[in-house]
Design a protein around this ligand. Structure first.
Ligand SMILES: [Zn+2]
Length: 79
């Protein structure tokens, strides 16, 4: 499941996941905020290995904790 995290709270990417991120539509003027408690910064959407493959296949809507789904823009960025 994708993680919504700001620049100050990048996820641990020591495993296969969260090596790349996409930007929520409108970033940084986005309604999506970092999922760290008390952090209100705009979030990037960090993708799992599987989600990265789905992104490359054209998917742009991904789930985050709680079941909310986010739409991302067309660029993919390395960590
Ligand atoms: Zn944060």
């Amino acid at each position: 499941m994708a993680l919504a995290r700001c620049d100050e709270h990048k996820p641990d990417n020591s495993g296969d996941d969260y090596h790349t991120y996409a930007l929520p539509v409108g970033y940084p003027q986005t309604a999506v905020t970092c999922d760290v408690a008390d952090c209100h910064n705009p979030a990037r959407l960090w993708l799992t290995k599987d989600e990265r493959q789905r992104f490359l296949a054209g998917e742009r809507v991904f789930s985050v904790a709680g079941g909310t789904r986010l739409r991302v823009a067309d660029d993919l960025f390395p960590n």
